[in-house]
Write a protein that binds this ligand. Sequence first.
Ligand SMILES: Cc1cc2nc3c(=O)[nH]c(=O)nc-3n(C[C@H](O)[C@H](O)[C@H](O)COP(=O)(O)O)c2cc1C
Length: 167
Amino acid sequence: MTQVLIAYASKMGSTKEIADAIGVELLRLGVSADVRDVANVTTLDGYDTVVLGSAVYAGRWRPEASRFVKRHAPALAARRVWLFESGWVGKRPETITPSPFAAKWAGRIGAPPPTVFGGRLDPKLATGPIDRLLAKRMPGDARDWDEILAWTRTLAVALTADREEHR
Ligand SMILES: Cc1cc2nc3c(=O)[nH]c(=O)nc-3n(C[C@H](O)[C@H](O)[C@H](O)COP(=O)(O)O)c2cc1C
């Protein structure tokens, strides 16, 4: 039985909401999944697949997500892993590329490069002065739920194909 861990690193909540949506969709498709804050995950025992997502701040993943990859690199390399990150807000950029560090880690653990989703900036949810300033200057929600759910369905299809192969 496939057991998926969806681990997220989120400061203002929008990446957590993406992780929750992925979890709900996987469960709807019959895939067993737990959604957890990456800071609270101490072991990958019991999971054969990991979906790891982080918000991007100043071009980098959240520190707890980076720590998680470094600490669990061998365990991640032994599992099926998909990565995503969430960041850009406003007009969709013409070229969307994952943050360089995350792309490098993906290579190290044998995972495909992170998929990049849009993010959200909301002054009401911003915590520190810099976050609030930026959120006031360019508020918006660029998360495309159809895109996120379509991506989730490709994961479910790959997991089902794996299951059939190992029967
Ligand atoms: C101070 C600050 C710096 C940010 N830097 C980046 C960045 O370098 N690249 C990017 O794509 N998004 C950047 N963002 C946008 C956030 O990644 C986006 O708001 C994201 O959805 C936040 O996720 P969270 O709500 O899970 O914390 C930044 C936001 C703030 C407030």
